[in-house]
Design a protein around this ligand. Sequence first.
Ligand SMILES: Nc1ncnc2c1ncn2[C@@H]1O[C@H](COP(=O)(O)OP(=O)(O)OP(=O)(O)O)[C@@H](O)[C@H]1O
Ligand SMILES: [Mg+2]
Length: 561
Amino acid sequence: MSVVAGERPRVQVLADTVADQIAAGEVVERPASVVKELVENALDAGASAVRVELEDGGKVLIRVSDDGAGMDREDARLALQRHATSKIRTATDLIGVATFGFRGEALPAIASVSRFELETSGTGEDATRLRVSGGKVEGTDDTARQRGTTVTVRGLFYNTPARRKFLRATATETRAAVEALTVLALTRPDVAFSLSNDGRSLLDCPPATRLIDRVRALWGTELADTLLSVSHRAGPLEITGLVQRPAQARPAGRKGYVFVRGRPIRDPFILRAAEAGYRSTIAPGDRPSLLLFLDLPGDAVDVNVHPAKLEARFRDKFFVEKVVEEGVRAALAPLESAVPLSGTGYQVPAFGGVSIPLELFAAHHSIADTRYPIAPVLQLFDTYIVFQANQAVSIVDQHSAHERVLYEDVMRQLSGDGAPAQRLLLPLTLDFAPAELDAIEAHRELLARVGFEIEPFSGRSIVVHTAPNPHPRFEAARCLQELVADLAGGRFGGWQNRLERFAATYACRAAIKAGQALDVNEMRELVVRLLSATLPAHDVHGRPSMVQLPKEELERRFGRT
Ligand SMILES: Nc1ncnc2c1ncn2[C@@H]1O[C@H](COP(=O)(O)OP(=O)(O)OP(=O)(O)O)[C@@H](O)[C@H]1O
Ligand SMILES: [Mg+2]
């Protein structure tokens, strides 16, 4: 029966099956959602291995088997009823709920729109088989199986043709199911997962102890080797996980996952906050891979705000975003974020702690920072500086390195007293195009802060009274011309923040160029300043400023190990 608008139907309570089908509309959208719900149940039941089998991308069959706690017969019957759950008893149990499920609606919803079969055993002796079609229980019998549960879902949406029509091509549904399992596999590296479609294995993850091993099993070594660990705490919030080295971020194809209290959550704002942590280390438009696990007390977040539990609501979202950004930044800061020269994924331990007399060259430069046990040795091709530090050979690109150093200096100077400038004995007079004169006018104050004191002269000419002196071979006129051309031409246009954009442009133009011969003291000073920078491993374009060849790798290549 359907109601025609305008007529007055009687109010009635819906039959359970109808209510389940309606609930299914929210919980079960496609085979992937069935996979998600059944695998979550398996994990909640303490499974150590979960197997997913699909036929025709799940359109014909979805089977999820686990070796978890299983159910006795009475529980198995109850589990098929709406609002039947073993996971919470009262509404207050929802605060800090640690299981994936808590609503008691997934199984009845799935069973109402499929031919459903549940086999389960809590003891490994008495096992129960329950068959349900379109929500109606068709039979219960004894069977034999090991401890655990197998749910088989055939003919999804067979009784709701309108919804069946929305199922996509097998390849698309398969991909979605693999993705659903992948996300859950990331939450539990200790559990084994596998998935096959029409007998072909598509995912096979052995149990692992570390997240990085799970990542390797899911996506391969190539991606895993580009990731750095995050571990950061602020107040009640702890952030862990893996983030990609800036130099290896690409505009497309990144992996971006957020987990809150162990649950996968879709949260573009948190991903964006994490990307903000990359600022000044990646080119605008590059998207690093991010796997972020947020842990915070149960009462600081509500996980019951979305029909498929794909969103969470934080009590203090602003705080969470701030800490995520901080955490990512802290992960990128140490030298481990430098790109390893070899593909082995070996990471160099952080500098520091090794005592090496630095008087050797401390006398030659102004920065008496003795934290870093380095002794720059060599310039190659007038462009790269090679030195040994701790257990690696490091190779620095002199332009990128100086750009990073200047960028951080300038960001400080722009918000502080400004840079030391040198008064020019002979003021420079330079000509500019009209658009460039506009750019100079618009950036007059910022230019002054980095050391360029400029006055209009006549027509298209300006006079420069003072200039910065970032290195001995600095050419003030050339730098200013290039800088102004960039500012007028909108280069660095992807940079949101005006100060940062200016600082990056200036740093790029004022830095020592490639192809410039340096003396030993200049090299040492540059390296020491680079190693003292907050984000030493990357320049402002997202290129590495340093690559490292671990000693271990040398030993491997020379057959010493
Ligand atoms: N694989 C399983 N192993 C053991 N028990 C299970 C399994 N799947 C379901 N159950 C039991 O059946 C109950 C109902 O499962 P269902 O998924 O419908 O609800 P839920 O997981 O409690 O909540 P939600 O609807 O939020 O997923 C569970 O609470 C659990 O006790
Ligand atoms: Mg469930």
